[in-house]
Design a protein around this ligand. Sequence first.
Ligand code: MF3
Ligand code: CO
Ligand code: CO
Length: 295
Amino acid sequence: MALKKKKNKIGRNDPCPCGSGLKYKNCCLRKKGPIDLKGLYFQKYRIRLKERADIEGIRKAGRLVLDTFHLLENEIRPGIITDDINTLVHEFTIKNHAIPAPLNYRGFPKSVCVSINEVVCHGIPGKQVLKDGDIVNVDITSILNGYYADANQTFFVGTPGPDARKIVKVARESLKRGMSMIRPGNTLGDIGWAIQKYAEGEKCSVVREFVGHGVGFEFHEAPEVRHYGRRGEGIPLIPGMVFTIEPMINLGRKEVSILEDGWTVVTSDGSLSAQFEQTFVVTEDGFESLTPFNL
Ligand code: MF3
Ligand code: CO
Ligand code: CO
């Protein structure tokens, strides 16, 4: 009896049985009541969980991002230059008492990323002319009352050809598959797994160098959200986590290169690349998009 009792006793320095990864004495042994998940997720993962008021603030920033997309939908057509998109986004954001997050972010010179065809992401607006049959990704991040919301969409310019249709369809469905994995108890690995399995099953490839990210208080927070991975691996999702999913999907190979400007990311094989991004909050029973648009 005595021996059995000793064997079953959890030591103060043993891992806590709640699965937090902390020592028992620093976790559930403490007589402080329920575990402080906010402190735990910050301590363990540097993740800043959001409270109700924070989520409302991010949702408002997200509404502005969506309004900006609605403005653009009527303007994207053959003949305009990417700088025109920048001007529209910049002026609309300022008019709505918000700040375009990309401007001067780590030296980025413009207020929005505009990425055409083989440009994967971080295209710098300029004199590039949109042509019939192009695909163009517009990535908008607004800061409203200190809260960040981040979303992007890929648009057809004029009439798309079969390759354009294919890559945009697969990129859109990739985000859908990823977001459908968001619920407490699932992990970040489940999201990456669902995306990779689908996109590679469609004979497309998933870019590895750029990931989704925590967002809300800053542009890029912990955690990194990979668009590839293994089921059940990685950080468990819990309510109050706010992050983006933004898979970059290539029609050809997954490798990318960065141009001389230090920003523009292109597919190394010159194949088309498309992307959709939304900002999500994990809720008790699943998720809510804070930048909801139809996929
Ligand atoms: N909006 C991009 C993202 O989804 C980041 C752009 S960084 C910039 O994370 F500097 F290029 F704007
Ligand atoms: Co993002
Ligand atoms: Co973005």
